[in-house]
Design a protein around this ligand. Structure first.
Ligand SMILES: Cc1ncc(COP(=O)(O)O)c(C=O)c1O
Length: 493
């Protein structure tokens, strides 16, 4: 600290002179900060009030008032005739900012410490639609004007109902509307009291994990499988058991060999994420049996079950559950749009009281307005009509992908036909480069294709990429396929 005869130089002391009403407070705060940070050490002599007033272009009264305040706080001592000093024996009260990486910080929870673990990387969701993005509905076809009209109607409701804390289990009208939707669109009969509303399926997975998974519990995860759900269970301390997936879906026999004592199994029966296979009826029965024997629960993620383009699909696994093993999770991210952040879980009756109690104890519910608007949208029949219309639009986009793939990708990618969902899988012939190399080159060309290995916890047999077809219209899909063919040719050359 340089000194001069009139006390310490304080070059960092800055006063905002445009804020004239508050000069004493500003000067007090600025000096207090310098003392507490140690920049003005104990015993340092401060400039005389007249000098400081001149330097800072404030009145001497302003400085004297600031000094009085700091003296009252015990930070400085004024001795008549001898000047003003930072109180002797004062240690800087504020520790320096920690320079350690977050994983070395002493007070992090297990989750905070383990999040940077290599298991956790998640796909960045592009915010704007482009060719081959997976899991993104068609923003261009959403009836925004209708949604906006229903939103305005909602806000004309009764104030207490709109503005107070929502029921932690979910808005009654939405829970009823969800049952109506599941019966009509998924052949699943349930009671509103068993339906719980969450901020998206991801929130449902995390809350379910918190309620059912203890640290070290074995959780079957499809391999390859959904990254978000995997992270939700890992974040609760689950020990992951990656179970292989073949043409019939999760290989239950392999799962039983790896870990017969599993506590939870996470599956995507309608459209395995990311491989796109449907869980066969036989496997469904074996999975239910295995869960019954292990006393485990099954989380069924039906993220795109509403969108099938051929013959009717199998009903959800939950519809076959004679015991009380299956928790069915649905989302409005695909049927409406992801920003709505609405999802739901249909719980087995045996779990309902525990879920009610837990949510009431630790949660404060999901935004009331968005639940109310969605409930109206469903109850007035717009949702069913929207899904019917979107099935047609997605079928066209799927057809565009398959036609263009036949024309431009033969020998380059084996694009597997699909009757459900928002994406197809393109398997890579042996002679071609690694799927990551293809995906990176495609990304550089503006295409969002994802290598299958990104979804895998253990190496998998399949080599390929996902090709989303839902987000953009047929012309863009065709253009994307031609670009992708060029990218692959360049790499192969
Ligand atoms: C497999 C899977 N399940 C569910 C979801 C939906 O999650 P959320 O409802 O939180 O948007 C996604 C979204 O990308 C997904 O990929």
């Amino acid at each position: 600290m340089s000194k001069y005869v009139g006390g310490a130089l304080i070059p960092t002391l800055k006063i905002d002179r445009s804020d004239r009403s508050n000069l004493t407070m500003q000067l007090t705060v600025a000096l207090r900060d310098l003392i507490l940070s140690g920049d003005l050490a104990a015993g340092t002599r401060l400039p005389a009030s007249r000098t400081l007033a001149r330097d800072q272009r404030v009145s001497r009264t302003t400085v004297i008032n600031a000094f009085d305040q700091l003296a009252a706080e015990g930070l400085i001592d004024s001795k008549v005739g001898a000047g003003t000093y930072v109180s002797a024996g004062l240690r800087p009260a504020r520790p320096a900012a920690a320079a350690q990486p977050p994983e070395n910080l002493p007070h992090l929870s297990r989750l905070g410490r383990d999040v940077p673990d290599p298991y956790f990387p998640r796909l960045g969701h592009p915010v704007a639609p482009r060719a081959f993005v997976t899991g993104m509905p068609a923003f261009d076809a959403f009836p925004v004007a209708l949604w906006s009209r229903i939103s305005s109607q909602y806000w004309r409701g009764e104030r207490a109902a709109m503005m107070s804390y929502p029921d932690t289990a979910g808005l009654g009208a939405l829970r009823e509307a969800i049952c109506q939707h599941l019966r009509a669109n998924r052949g699943l009969v349930c009671q509103p009291g068993h339906v719980f509303v969450f901020s998206g399926a991801q929130d449902a997975f995390t809350q379910i994990g918190r309620m059912l998974v203890n640290v070290g519990d074995k959780v079957w995860l499809e391999n390859p499988g959904a990254i978000g759900a995997r992270n939700a269970f890992l974040s609760c301390g689950a020990e992951p058991v990656p179970v292989p997936v073949d043409e019939e879906g999760i290989d239950v026999a392999a799962g039983l060999k790896l870990s017969p004592d599993f506590r939870l199994a996470f599956v995507t029966p309608a459209y395995q994420h990311p491989l796109g296979v449907t869980l066969s009826l036989e496997r469904r029965m074996r999975l239910l049996e295995a869960a019954e024997e292990a006393g485990a629960f099954i989380v069924e993620d039906d993220y795109v079950g509403e969108f099938h383009y051929g013959e009717a699909t199998l009903p959800p696994l939950k519809a076959l559950d004679g015991g009380q093993r299956v928790i069915y999770v649905g989302t409005f991210s695909k049927t409406l749009f992801p920003a709505v952040r609405l999802g739901f879980a249909v719980m087995p009756p045996v779990l309902v009281p525990m879920v009610e109690r837990t949510l009431a104890a630790i949660a404060h519910g999901v935004a009331h307005a968005i639940q109310g608007i969605a409930a109206r949208f469903i109850a007035e029949g717009h949702f069913a009509a929207h899904i019917r219309r979107m099935r047609g639009i997605y079928a066209e986009r799927r057809d565009a992908l398959m036609r263009a793939a036949e024309r431009h990708l033969a020998g380059r990618l084996d694009v597997r036909p699909t009757e459900t969902g928002f994406h197809a899988v393109g398997l890579i012939p042996k002679a071609l480069p690694d799927e990551r190399v293809i995906a990176e080159a495609a990304l550089a060309a503006g295409l969002a294709v994802t290598p299958l290995s990104r979804y895998a916890l253990r190496p998998i047999a399949q080599r390929g990429v996902t090709l989303g077809f839902s987000a953009v219209p047929p012309v863009e899909i065709e253009r994307g396929v031609r670009t992708l063919a060029g990218v692959i040719d360049d790499l192969a050359a």
